[in-house]
Design a protein around this ligand. Structure first.
Ligand SMILES: Nc1ncnc2c1ncn2[C@@H]1O[C@H](COP(=O)(O)OP(=O)(O)OP(=O)(O)O)[C@@H](O)[C@H]1O
Length: 357
């Protein structure tokens, strides 16, 4: 079943998107695409520019440069946009004295949506009873669910959620995961931001990772995890690596052992046995995405300047990268990043579009 307006497929395209607040560049020549029928995680540490990017996409902040469009249209140019794009940017902006249900009814009236849809949605997000109470008394999790209901009012093709898992308990996170999956399976485009990859790792299909307003990686979760590998430690690494290579497997040294590109531990064991080499350790290696995320966003190049160490302060020791190496194709081109940094115009004058804090 096609949801929302059929003239929209729900393809989001971000090109060269840049936002400077005075001399500070919050979003820096960002490029990415978000496809329909998939859940895309928009990830980055605190202050990396996620909310600013989503706000530009939703026409709430004027871009300094570049474009963010839905099926080639800027949000501001879409008539009755709530029927194309639903969003929940902050879970706190409800009038505290108004019930959740009334809140939705007001928004429904604006979007030309019947009140029956409001009750349907409250049921769908699991807060039909709470919706008759004042929103001021809502827990964070309840506010998240109300925000989600508001985003869905116009039966939109595209759904943009800022940190939707914030404040949800584990049961709520599991519920959210199933709910978002269902929306994607209906062919909708879901873009959800998070500063914690672990929170959304099992929810998203694709990820766009940013640091300091720049893209540092993009791909499917499977691509980011990379090929499955085995780690083996042995009495005779040279002999075993030769034997594994003879068997057609890719082998690389890793710490005191070897990393073999296979998920089949038995093959490694059999080759070692046939070559008369003793095995001291043999295990599957899983790329832990949280670690990958940390390594990507906290590298010397991308370390969060919002949380920069004080001048003269002791450098922070980063743990050495571990797990299988990252496919360079998924990473942003460092040379391009350096070139962008050089060509960025230092902007003296602050913005006058009312969005300076
Ligand atoms: N209106 C504004 N005026 C000045 N600086 C701003 C403004 N809005 C955002 N910033 C700055 O831009 C940077 C990016 O902020 P943004 O809120 O987009 O990050 P974020 O990735 O969403 O962070 P979080 O995960 O903490 O929500 C921050 O340094 C922030 O202080």
């Amino acid at each position: 079943m096609v949801h929302g307006r059929p003239e929209f497929t729900g393809h989001i395209e971000v090109r060269g998107l840049t936002k400077r607040f005075g001399s500070f560049t919050a979003v820096d020549h960002l490029d990415f695409d978000v496809e329909p029928g998939r859940v895309t995680g928009f990830l980055g540490p605190n202050g990396s520019g996620k909310t600013t990017t989503l706000r530009m996409l939703l026409g709430l902040v004027r871009a300094t440069d570049g474009t963010a469009t839905i099926d080639g249209h800027r949000y501001a140019d879409i008539g009755n946009p709530l029927t194309v794009v639903g969003s929940a940017l902050e879970a706190t902006n409800f009038h505290p004295g108004r019930t959740g249900r009334n809140h939705l009814r007001v928004q429904a009236a604006v979007a030309g949506v019947p009140d029956t849809r409001v009750d349907e949605l409250l049921e769908l997000v699991g807060i039909p009873a709470a919706a008759r109470k004042r929103a001021g008394g809502y827990s964070m999790g309840m506010r998240q669910r109300l925000g989600l209901a508001a985003a869905l009012l116009g039966d939109p093709r595209v759904i943009i959620l800022d940190e939707p898992a914030n404040g949800l308990d584990p049961e709520g996170i599991r519920w959210l995961r199933g709910f978002l999956r269902q929306l994607a399976d209906e062919g909708r485009t879901l873009l959800i931001s998070s500063h914690m990859l672990s929170e959304v790792e099992q929810t998203v299909d694709d990820v766009v990772i940013i640091a300091n307003g720049q893209r540092v990686a993009q791909g499917t979760v499977a691509e980011l995890r990379g090929e499955p590998t085995a780690y083996v430690r042995t009495s005779d690494p040279d002999r075993l690596s030769q034997a594994l290579r003879d068997r057609g497997l890719a082998v690389a040294p890793s710490g005191r052992g070897l990393r073999v590109t296979t998920e089949d531990l038995a093959v490694v064991g059999d080759v070692a046995h046939a070559s008369d080499v003793a095995i001291h350790e043999l295990r599957s290696e899983q790329t832990h995405l949280e670690e990958l995320f940390f390594n990507l966003t906290e590298s010397e190049e991308h370390r969060n300047r919002n949380l920069a160490r004080p001048p003269g302060g002791a450098p922070v020791d980063l743990p050495p990268p571990s797990g299988p190496p990252i496919d360079p194709a998924l990473l942003a081109e460092p040379a391009q990043a350096a070139q962008r940094a050089q060509s960025a115009q230092p902007s003296g004058a602050p913005d006058h579009d009312g969005d300076l804090r």
